[in-house]
Design a protein around this ligand. Structure first.
Ligand code: EPZ
Length: 419
């Protein structure tokens, strides 16, 4: 297992490019199951989670080939209808093959994802929606066994906006007979991007990006060519890196129009964030101001930026309150930040951060994707050496983050555990 070693204190200066979005790629790759023929996807990020969804597709008999960031996916012959536990347990988003498989193949056996570090993360809303569309669901031996005739359109209301639940049911509804209405749907940009791809495939979808999405089912869909959108969470993580190091960077390919609440909060903390000709200029300030944040479904402040923002607040002047409303256990990074000198108290789903003058480098351990990013960020700002272990968590959702930061001037390198 690799470690990332950082000597803090270097200002980040220069240009950096954002990679394709992990949370757009995963549902779009799953959607390839809905059509016969070869899809072509460009700007696909080089991530562990992308390799996992490719493995899940291969296991279903789908042909996948890759040349750099271009993937060709041909799901004409789906020869297996099972997504096994040993794959799904490594990436819960594998559940995204359930809707497309039931819609096109009428059957699927997909392992229940189980919980993960940040919470129980049930899939009851995914299953409720599929049942409403005529799917018979049995839970047996840790697997979802789904059977259906042709799905039929239904009115489905989510009691909470679920991103992959909205995506799974939008894909299932695309081939159903009749119209499906998803109420209280997720509005994330990645949901809209999936709707755009489905529409390019021939689906009839209205309202993506609002709380009410209407899908009029069609008999078949066609393969598409599509370029994956940039990753707004990677972009936000890079912005925080500039904020922590009084840096001055230009982020290329930055999806700033999908980052309004994040940009607003970073500006409130004293950072300058200005769109330029071919990118976004991000300048950190010497005196970081404390800012309160409450995570919310899009367009609110994203839970996937909570850990990163907490690092910035740990060095802000004054007291800030961060409230996590999406997941029940997404403060795992706090104990490691405390070991670096952060002054953070937890009360239920609220973190109270008293800014400190400085953090000190330490040996820390990553526990989940965004927590690992926050530890790397803390290392950039801390005095001395920080060693982050278990960086396979980071590699799930960030493409070569250490190399991108090194190119901006950070003193950071990846070493083998044994070294
Ligand atoms: C997606 O996860 C993202 N993953 C997550 O990003 C992100 O944190 C999350 O949305 C929230 O924005 C992908 O898009 C692949 P949810 P998802 O269903 O869809 C509850 C990252 O770091 N819920 O929107 O699994 C659930 O427990 C990852 O890139 C149910 O109760 O999240 C949570 O409290 C982490 N029943 C809330 O809804 C359900 O059936 C929102 O979860 C489904 C969800």
């Amino acid at each position: 297992m690799d470690k990332i070693v950082i000597r803090g204190g270097e200002r980040l200066i220069g240009e950096v490019e954002v990679s394709g979005s992990k949370n757009a790629t995963l549902p779009i790759f799953a959607s390839s199951l809905l059509a016969e023929g070869t899809h072509r996807f460009h700007n696909v990020p080089d991530l562990r989670d992308v390799r996992t969804i490719v493995e899940v597709l291969h296991n279903l008999g789908v042909q996948v080939s890759q040349e750099g960031r271009v993937y060709r996916i041909d799901a004409t012959h789906v020869s297996n209808l099972e997504a096994p536990y040993d794959l799904v347990k490594t990436m819960r988003a594998s559940i995204l093959v359930l809707g497309p498989l039931v819609a096109r193949m009428r059957r699927a056996t997909v392992s229940l994802p189980g919980g993960c570090a940040i919470g129980a993360r049930p899939i009851n809303l995914h299953l409720m929606g599929l049942e409403a569309m005529g799917t018979k669901i049995d839970l047996r031996g840790g697997y979802v066994e789904a059977r259906a005739d042709r799905l039929k359109g239904a009115d489905i209301t989510f009691d909470i906006p679920t991103v992959t639940g909205t995506e799974n049911l939008m894909m299932a509804a695309a081939l159903a007979k009749g119209t499906t209405r998803l109420q209280n749907a997720a509005m994330e940009p990645e949901v809209v991007e999936l709707a755009n791809v489905l529409t390019e495939m021939g689906a009839r979808i209205n309202g993506a990006g609002t709380r009410l999405i209407e899908i009029e089912g069609v008999d078949s869909l066609q393969p598409v060519e599509h370029t994956i959108m940039p990753d707004r969470i990677e972009a936000g993580t890079l912005m925080v890196a500039a904020g922590l190091t009084r840096g001055n960077i230009k982020i290329l390919n930055c999806p700033i129009r999908h980052m309004e609440t994040v940009v607003a909060k970073l500006r409130e903390s004293g950072m300058e964030i200005d769109p330029e000709e071919d990118g976004v200029r991000v300048v950190g300030t010497r005196r970081i101001r404390s800012v309160d944040v409450k995570t919310q479904p899009y367009p609110g402040f994203p839970t996937d930026m909570q850990a990163q923002f907490m690092v910035l607040m740990s060095l802000a002047k004054g007291l800030s309150i961060i409230t996590e409303t999406i997941f029940e256990n997404r403060f795992i990074h706090v104990s490691e930040l405390r070991r670096m000198g952060a002054n953070i108290r937890i009360q239920g789903n609220t973190a109270i951060i008293q800014g400190v003058e400085s953090l000190s480098g330490a040996e820390v351990m990553a526990t989940d994707l965004r927590a690992s990013a926050s530890l790397v960020l803390a290392g950039l700002a801390a005095d001395g050496l920080t060693k982050v272990s278990r960086v396979y968590h980071l590699d799930r959702g960030y493409e070569a983050l250490d190399r991108k930061l090194a190119k901006l001037g950070a003193d950071i390198k990846r070493v083998k555990e044994a070294d």
